[in-house]
Design a protein around this ligand. Structure first.
Ligand code: LLP
Length: 423
């Protein structure tokens, strides 16, 4: 693993900056990212795909929409895979060229499609025939041509957590494999859109590449059939999904993935598109938190930290594991539950786990939260939206300030409601 986070003189550092210094300056909870770790993962991914002649890499913005992260990845030659108008704005703000942006997502609104058209987004991945019709009509009206891919559901089980699998026939994503040819035929005949190929994404946190290979082989059949019908297929988007290990072991084997893709797609003669999110960002972030209380429990103590499920939702949503490490460990361990302050029992980061012994006021981190951490944060319980810091070598900067809930959801009470009589 890259040296984004490690101990120096007994204190956990992000690169050369002490996390104690950051907590002092910015408070907690705070996401801390390592620029070096992001660059290393981005380069490892690109390097692994070096056997593939024509390709484009688009970072899945949903994994981490921080402008600092997106700007850094733009510098590494990444475009953006977006799923909303908000993510489009973020990618453009980060300086990504519109042509390097690919727009996926099953529920794009007409307003979002218009925004993408006007911006000149490189590819719009269509999730249904109807979406293509609406896009084509809109483009014709504006006098533009949208470049689009058809997202196909290959009916392959990614073998990952049910909540993040997307390529089974009962999933909401893409058009059914059996209907893809005919839908593509009809969409390709429309003015206003230029169909350029196929997109597929079967899920996230995939460690075993076999289901991906199965999906890609089905796409190969489709590409051949489409070409036989006279369609010039120039692009295939292979999605994201390569997983990482959250317990300190080996990540999804990116070299094996690259080799598999090269082998399967050898004679496709297309530009291949990739949309990694987690693989690039997961290890590059920690959530810095302070221990508020250590209170007795029936079996073992509760370590109550100031980060909650609103700041990091993955454990509550997917029973995900994120290692809890003291910023200045003493070498002693205890068995404890690590819980947040939110009023839900699912606000729990670890259950009866062996952790560093910590006391009230100590700092700790939850690790490997650079992907789907801050991006899924909310203000639940009217808690502040968590702050973010970027570290690069010995420099650090606040890249997203902590924002009070009331500043995000500005509210009002209509006068007539106040005037209503009491019952
Ligand atoms: N492309 C598409 C069309 C996607 O839907 C996704 C993720 C990606 C690319 C990026 O996948 P990645 O390389 O990051 O696996 N919140 C969940 C993950 C949801 C993933 C949704 N789609 C989690 O925290 O595990």
């Amino acid at each position: 693993r890259e040296a984004g986070f490690g101990f120096r003189d007994g204190v956990l550092h992000a690169e050369r900056v002490s996390l104690a210094t950051i907590a002092e300056a910015v408070g907690t909870p705070t996401y801390v990212y390592s620029a070096g770790a992001l660059r290393a993962a981005a380069r490892r991914f690109r390097e692994a795909l070096s056997p593939i002649p024509r390709k484009s890499l688009a970072f899945a913005v949903k994994a981490n929409p921080s402008l600092a992260v997106l700007s850094l990845l733009r510098g590494e030659g990444f475009g953006a895979d977006i799923v909303s108008g908000g993510e489009l704005t973020a990618a453009l703000q980060a300086g990504m060229a519109a042509g390097d942006i690919v727009y996926s997502g099953v529920g794009k609104t007409p307003a979002e499609l218009a925004q993408a058209l006007h911006a000149g987004v490189g590819h719009i991945n269509l999730e249904s025939e109807r979406e293509g019709e609406v896009l084509a009509a809109m483009a014709t009206r504006i006098g533009l041509t949208a470049t689009a891919l058809l997202r196909v559901n290959p009916d392959v089980d990614a073998g990952t957590h049910a909540k993040i699998t997307t390529g089974k026939s009962d999933s909401k994503f893409g058009v059914a494999f059996a209907q893809a040819l005919d839908i593509y035929d009809r969409l390709a005949g429309r003015a206003g859109i230029a169909m350029q190929g196929i997109a597929v994404h079967i899920g996230s946190q995939i460690i075993d590449p076999a289901p991906m290979e199965a999906a890609y082989r089905k796409i190969a059949q489709l590409v051949a059939l489409l070409r036989a019908r006279g369609h010039p297929i120039t692009h295939v988007d292979l999605g994201g999904g390569l997983g990482v290990d959250y317990r300190g072991g080996a990540d999804g084997d990116v070299l094996a993935y690259g080799a598999m893709v090269a082998r399967v797609t050898r004679d496709w003669d297309v530009t291949l598109m990739f949309e990694p999110g987690r693989y690039i960002a997961a290890h590059a972030g920690v959530l810095l938190t302070r221990v508020l209380w250590v209170k007795p429990g029936s079996d073992c103590p509760f370590v109550v930290v100031d980060a909650g499920m609103n700041d990091l939702a993955r454990p509550a949503l997917y029973d995900a594991w994120h290692e809890f490490t003291a910023v200045a460990p003493t070498g002693k361990t205890i068995r404890a539950h690590v819980v947040g302050p939110v009023c839900e029992s699912s606000d729990r980061f670890a259950r009866a786990c062996l952790i560093d012994r910590v006391a009230e006021g100590d700092l700790a981190v939850l690790r490997d939260v650079g992907a789907y951490g801050a991006s899924m944060a909310s203000c639940y319980n009217s808690r502040a939206l968590v702050a973010e810091i970027m570290v690069d070598g010995d420099r650090h900067a606040v890249t997203a300030p902590r924002i009070a809930a009331a500043a995000i959801r500005t509210q009002s009470v209509p006068a007539w409601l106040e005037a209503a009589p009491l019952h």
